[in-house]
Design a binder for this molecule. Sequence first.
Ligand SMILES: Cc1cc2nc3c(=O)[nH]c(=O)nc-3n(C[C@H](O)[C@H](O)[C@H](O)COP(=O)(O)OP(=O)(O)OC[C@H]3O[C@@H](n4cnc5c(N)ncnc54)[C@H](O)[C@@H]3O)c2cc1C
Length: 493
Amino acid sequence: MLIKTLPDEIESYFVDASNYKGQCTAVYFPETIKEISDILIEANRNKTHVTVSGNGTGLTGGRVPEDGIVISTEKLNNIIEINAEEMYAVVQPGVILADFQAKVKEKNLMYPPDPTEKNCFIGGTVSTNASGEKTFKYGPTRNYVLELDIVLQDGDVLKLARGKQKADGYKLSLITESGRKIEFKLADYKMPEVKNASGYFCKGNMDAIDLFIGSEGTLGVIAKVKLKLVPLPENIISCVVFFDDELNALDFISKARDISKAANSKLNPAGIEALALEFFDDRSLKFLQDDYPQIPRNVKAGVWFEQEVTNVNEDKFFEAWMELIKEYRGDEDTAWFAFTDADKKKIQDFRHFISAKIHEYIAKNNVKNLGTDVAVPDNKFYELYFYAKKKVEEAGLEFVTYGHFGNSHVHLNMLPQNQTEYDIGTLVYNEICKAAVKLGGTVSAEHGIGKRKRDYLLDMYGEKVIQQMIEMKKVFDPNLILSRGNIFKLPDE
Ligand SMILES: Cc1cc2nc3c(=O)[nH]c(=O)nc-3n(C[C@H](O)[C@H](O)[C@H](O)COP(=O)(O)OP(=O)(O)OC[C@H]3O[C@@H](n4cnc5c(N)ncnc54)[C@H](O)[C@@H]3O)c2cc1C
């Protein structure tokens, strides 16, 4: 097994895409589950801290080590099986999402979870319960994880399959591959009923596999994943439409969301059924204007929507969307419509470009990213959105706002030019997170907590719940060696 220790060979593992920095003494590159077990047995014996790394595209410092060693999953990068008939795939954790999606597409199937950054590893997406634009229709990564093989701190392996290991109320009983019985009580806190990736998933009678999805490397190393696939849609219409009035754009999204949800529940089969509903404010559009001169000048907002269609219903759906655009005074003439794969890719690239440009900006200014990941119930979204914008404006900071508004989920990215502005921004950030929690929402809808959002999780759930989470970690990692610093501060930190 490859082990790297030279500082210039391992320093890229000291950081993630949020520009949060740490350190470690060595990076291990296991190629088999047995090698992961061997690393952990040795680390456990010596009480060496071990941080698990995916491809480092995370935005919360999750893969950044505080000290000790790193297990990189990049050599565990095989797609083991794609079963087109039964619509599932089995992969190792280091498979790149974009590669996986392409292979699945060749079989006329689709893997819906699609974070804007497709250079992430499948293991990283499972560990953060990642989401993407298609989450509006298809839900987050959690909904597609059928089985997990997890290597625990002592090298033992836990195999979990959806539906097979269910909690009895709050009591969970699991058996590892070596025959060890793990029995414990799940915490009984209530999770917000919104898109959520904040802390451990916990509820009565839950499926054990859900505890590990979104656990950010703190409970074990995910070594193999079986994923559910869905049929590839016959075609997708993709469109970016611009508005002269921000409220019209927001109302357009709310109406499209409500009709789509009714369509999903089969109450309104004749209505539109959005696949994605994304928003860009005027500041985002200006921020992109040099790179995309085709963005019309002086518009107040843009909305990107996608709709799955067939040859039979394409015209009907297209007309329904055009009517909605007219109703909310979107500009049909300047809208970008994409029907071919190449044009659809251009729109996806446009959406990715804004996130990438922000990360370039923060790295250039040598600060960390300050982008909200909050989501609230639909009926509270406007309140949160206007509150957040007002707070940042009052603080005199530059910012851009965009995101998955169909899920009432907003990325308000502050653009601090120096450390002083960054420090002011963190105070505003804190207030926005508090407001989201007060409105019944979450501090992280898709990026996870990592090391950078622990204080906000503490505000969200309170000390007692955080303590309950730590107790659950101790069940699987009694020596507290795994991905320390993620989700909560440990008692010995
Ligand atoms: C430009 C840009 C756009 C983005 N857009 C989105 C988006 O739309 N939606 C979204 O959800 N995220 C988004 N992200 C964040 C990021 O891409 C996701 O969080 C992704 O899931 C991280 O995957 P990774 O492989 O890079 O993981 P890393 O950053 O390496 O690690 C993330 C966490 O997972 C843990 N981990 C990784 N692999 C394993 C494993 N095998 N076993 C146990 N723990 C493991 C790590 O310890 C860490 O806590 C974006 C990031 C960027 C830079």
